[in-house]
Design a binder for this molecule. Structure first.
Ligand code: GAR
Length: 190
């Protein structure tokens, strides 16, 4: 078995993707170790999940910093201390700025609940259902300075269920939880 890749997971919400990645690291499906969970939301359930899994969770409140650069420098210091080699965004609802992009070139990955470039940004599933599309999906991509842009690594189509956002979200999340670990596993073995 080769050395485990050290990853930091960024999350702002419920953290179900964080949990799926943590499970995949634990059972060996993903040859990686989550060394840090970073969030901008102290109330995010992802923080509870990290605590239960024994993974350090750090909260950085953007408003407490004088600029986006200062916010990201603080995160970068923690990342360096943790030894993180890749940044894995799992429902992190902030744009990554130049500080982190230049510190981790081509080493930041994101998952998004649509077939990009359709429906970037917030509430991608609601956007898809609102437009009446019959098929949406999941995209895993390298992060650049844009909103849910950057080279696409993997995509998987998911049918919209009964024109219903809640039911479609369930189907999307189920796909996310295996597509993310499989894509990262392939990427880390290159
Ligand atoms: C996921 O559906 C993820 O694709 C999405 O946030 C959700 C987080 O769920 N990310 C984006 O929309 C990024 N633009 P989780 O907190 O249960 O993992």
């Amino acid at each position: 078995m080769t050395r485990k890749v050290k990853i930091a997971v960024f999350a702002s919400g419920s953290g179900s993707n964080f949990a799926a990645l943590e499970e995949a690291c634990k059972n060996g499906e993903l040859n990686a170790e989550i060394v840090l969970m970073v969030t901008n939301k102290p109330e995010a359930y992802a923080v509870e999940r990290a605590k239960k899994a024994g993974i350090p969770a750090l909260v950085f409140r953007p408003k407490e910093f004088e600029s986006k650069d200062a916010y990201e420098v603080a995160i970068l210091n923690a990342l360096r201390e943790s030894g993180a080699e890749w940044l894995v965004l799992a429902g992190y609802m902030r744009l990554i700025g130049p500080v982190l992009l230049s510190a981790y070139p081509s080493k930041i990955i994101n998952i998004h609940p649509s077939l990009l470039p359709s429906f970037p940004g917030k509430d991608a599933i609601g956007q898809a259902v609102g437009h009446g599309v019959k098929v949406t999906g999941v995209t895993v991509h390298l992060v650049d300075a844009g909103m849910d842009t950057g080279p696409i690594l993997a995509q998987y189509a998911v049918d919209v269920v009964d024109g219903d956002a809640e039911k479609t979200a369930q189907a999307i999340h189920a796909v996310e939880h295996y597509l993310y670990k499989d894509t990262l596993s392939e990427l880390f073995s290159r």
